[in-house]
Design a protein around this ligand. Structure first.
Ligand code: PAF
Length: 274
């Protein structure tokens, strides 16, 4: 695997390559990321990953400084996964001057996660557009665990007519249902044992919807109450339309149930498509 930190070096290395598929990450890679690398291979013949902890998408109270940085381990995992190129810029490489031109996503950036993390999706869209311009892939893979992020990127790519196929990668879970996430590493042993409850509550909502329950508000509240009783602090549990994350007016459209909740100081998110 070739590793490049500078934009010019990566561009030179990729010159003339066709079939580039890109998987952007913030590092601290786990089996979920590796599965995205494997899925990337089906969409082209050169897989480019990136590792960059993007300050722009972290709020003042977020975990930017303590976000786990495990570069050596990550490189070993990417090499074993057969990734061809890694772009791993420093902040000065990617943002040599203050990033004053930014991508302002529309209203979707203010709901669900966006309501609790103001500016987050602006930071994500800005860095992803910049990375797309550097790597110029024909396809890019993003995990469905960050469902709203995937939607923001899809919409941006479509509206800005970027010639990039955006692929949604399935969420990888531990045996007990917990979605794999770099933030799971923050959990104490006790919290780790409790964490799968989030997925269990989403599954309960899924099962009730499948049985014809239409009172979305009731289902959301039941899940939120169950989490609260178990010591969680919930930002949202929401049944939404898959197409645009709006509140559904019927159960006869593809739905997704999303949640974000805090266990101790760790904020976990998860979702299930119905
Ligand atoms: O999902 C992530 O890891 C990040 O939001 C991304 C897409 C790499 C942008 O920094």
């Amino acid at each position: 695997m070739q590793i490049h930190a500078r934009i010019a070096d990566l561009r030179a290395a990729l010159k003339g390559r066709t079939g580039v598929v890109f998987v952007p990450t913030m590092g601290n890679l786990h089996a979920g990321h590796i599965s995205l690398m494997e899925q990337a291979r089906a969409h082209g013949n050169t897989v480019v990953a990136s590792i960059f902890v993007n300050r722009l998408q972290f709020g003042p109270n977020d975990d930017f400084d303590k976000y786990p940085r495990t570069f050596e381990d990550d490189c070993a995992k990417l090499t074993a996964a057969g990734v061809d190129f890694l772009f791993a810029p420093t902040e000065t490489d990617l943002y040599p001057e203050p990033q004053e031109y930014q991508v302002e996503p529309p209203a979707i950036q203010n709901v669900l996660d966006g309501e609790f993390r103001p500016g987050h999706f602006r930071g994500v869209a800005t860095v992803v557009l910049k990375l797309f311009n550097i790597v110029q892939p024909q396809a890019a893979v993003f995990g469905k665990k960050d469902y709203q992020q995937l939607m923001v990127i899809r919409n941006m790519t479509r509206q800005l007519a970027l010639p990039i196929n955006i692929v949604g990668g399935e969420t990888v879970r531990a045996d007990d249902g917990l979605a794999l996430s770099s933030r799971n590493g923050y959990l104490s042993l006790e919290e780790r044992a409790e964490a799968p409850r989030l997925n269990r509550e989403l599954k309960k909502i899924r099962d009730a919807l499948k049985q014809g329950e239409m009172d979305f508000g009731k289902l959301e509240k039941q899940a939120q109450d169950a989490l609260t009783v178990a010591g969680w602090k919930t930002d949202y549990v929401a049944v939404r339309q898959q197409s645009d994350l709006s509140i559904p007016t019927s159960a006869n459209v593809p739905l997704v149930v999303l949640a974000a909740s805090r266990l101790g100081t760790t904020r976990l998110i998860d979702n299930i498509e119905i």
